[in-house]
Design a protein around this ligand. Structure first.
Ligand SMILES: Nc1ncnc2c1ncn2[C@@H]1O[C@H](COP(=O)(O)OP(=O)(O)OP(=O)(O)O)[C@@H](O)[C@H]1O
Ligand SMILES: [Mg+2]
Length: 432
């Protein structure tokens, strides 16, 4: 055993707080190892047999274990195997201390020990090996942590990539939809034109029958008149519904155009009005009892503005659709309370535009459920939604914010009172 004083090397930051567990039943060895290592700056724990060592590791896992293995009589080998088998301790580096004459024997067991130290101990060798293995262990842990972070980042990247692919698909569907809508619109054009023509033809035929009525049998005249009138009415309905389908297609076409990311001179009032109609039509298509009172007050003095119309229309649709949802929620509440004789609720939506000189102000207000002050801070955050799972993505308002603020350099504000109203105020700058 080397009795010289250990070198007083400065403690490294990682050394502070690191504990070494010494497992040895020989009091002289224990004393030397604990004094030396403690003097070098490490905290020391001692175990004089295997069970004690396992208990200590369980209670307070050390950074490194110095394990005495005297073959064949000591329980060091069994302790080693138990430590390596337990998930709590299998990662802790173990340096085996042994007699030089047993090294070959222990090596033949091919244990996963990080290193050996032979007795009698050499001070320098002991300190260097302990320091190196602690450092290696620390660096390995660090690397594992970095690796985990990298894996997490990779997962995030993959998720983002999936989202981009999904968006790309949507864009493709959008482009396809635009093509299909064009075709349907063409077909509808024929339907509408022929329907109009057929109405005129029915009128002419009715006139002709009227003129020829003297020459024909009264019964035959009545029969023709009656059927011509039915035919005319049918064609009028076909024409009305065809016009309606055409206006729905027109609105959808505006939405589906994905390549339209250019600023175009646009009539703001009609863009807002079309967005409102589209939301209303689609809500009605889902539920034909859907009924709200819509008040519009559009300022005619607003000059056409340079806007990305498809995008801004999407923003209006998001806000108006949210308003409709809030109105329906309040209506549901009132209906549930009906037996308590709560006064009637009339769902209302107000759309207002105002020319304020250099700026244009758009207000979209509903008397729905309102938004609590603490939720008002969150509603523009992606994925924040109060809708039941599967019904809302919580992306409507973040997208709306991006369109108005980022793309159009405008402003989006919110005023609301829980249970009373919600108003979104949009400011756009008129560029000359
Ligand atoms: N007019 C409103 N009245 C009451 N709450 C609203 C109103 N507008 C938005 N909110 C609240 O803001 C939340 C977020 O709205 P956002 O449009 O971002 O997502 P969403 O409507 O929940 O989902 P998605 O737009 O995908 O259907 C809504 O879930 C709702 O709680
Ligand atoms: Mg929404």
């Amino acid at each position: 055993m080397d009795n010289q004083k250990p070198n007083q090397e400065p403690m490294t930051p990682s050394q502070a707080g690191q504990q070494i567990l010494i497992v040895d039943d020989n009091p002289t060895n224990l004393k030397f190892l604990s004094t030396t290592l403690n003097h070098a700056g490490w905290e020391i724990a001692i175990a004089t047999n295997g069970d004690m060592a396992i208990q200590q590791v369980k209670n307070n896992p050390p950074s490194l274990i110095l394990l005495d293995i005297i073959l064949p009589e000591s329980d060091g080998l069994a302790t080693y195997q138990k430590l390596k088998a337990s998930p709590d301790s299998q990662d802790i580096p173990i340096i085996v201390t042994l007699l030089s004459e047993t090294v070959a024997q222990v090596k033949s067991l091919s244990l996963e020990v990080v290193d050996y130290i032979t007795k009698p101990f050499q001070l320098e060798e002991l300190l260097v090996k302990v320091r190196v293995h602690l450092q290696v262990h620390y660096l390995t842990k660090n690397l594992e942590q970095k690796n985990q972070q990298l894996c997490a980042t990779r997962e995030q990247l993959q998720a983002a990539q999936k989202q981009m692919i999904a968006q790309e698909k949507l864009a493709t569907i959008g482009a396809l939809t635009a093509g299909v809508i064009h075709e349907v619109k063409n077909a509808l054009n024929f339907v509408n034109n022929y329907a109009q023509y057929s109405v005129e033809l029915s009128d002419e035929l009715l006139e002709e029958v009227e003129q020829q009525s003297q020459k024909l049998e009264t019964k035959a005249v009545d029969y023709m008149k009656e059927n011509l009138n039915v035919l005319r009415e049918n064609v009028v309905v076909i024409n009305q519904q065809g016009q309606r389908a055409d206006s729905i297609m027109q609105n959808m076409l505006m939405q589906a155009r994905t390549d339209e990311h250019q600023f175009h001179v646009t009539d703001l009032n009609s863009l807002l009005d079309q967005a409102m109609r589209l939301v209303y039509q689609s809500r009605r298509a889902q539920d034909n009892c859907f009924n709200i009172k819509i008040n519009t007050d559009y300022d005619d003095s607003i000059e056409p503005l340079e806007l990305i119309s498809a995008e801004l229309s999407r923003a209006f649709i998001n806000i108006i659709d949210n308003a409709c949802y809030a109105l329906l929620e309040k209506q549901k509440y009132y209906q549930a309370q009906k037996e308590h004789n709560i006064s009637e609720f009339m769902p209302k939506l107000w759309l207002t535009t105002k020319n304020l000189g250099k700026i244009v102000e758009i207000r979209i207000c509903d008397n729905g459920i309102g938004i609590a002050p603490e939720a008002q801070e969150k509603i523009f955050q992606p994925f924040y939604t109060t809708k039941p799972t599967g019904e809302g993505t919580g992306l409507g308002l973040p997208l709306t914010y991006e369109i108005i603020v980022e793309q159009h350099g405008g402003m989006l504000k919110l005023e609301s009172e829980l249970g009373v109203y919600t108003e979104f105020i949009i400011i756009l700058f008129a560029v000359n």
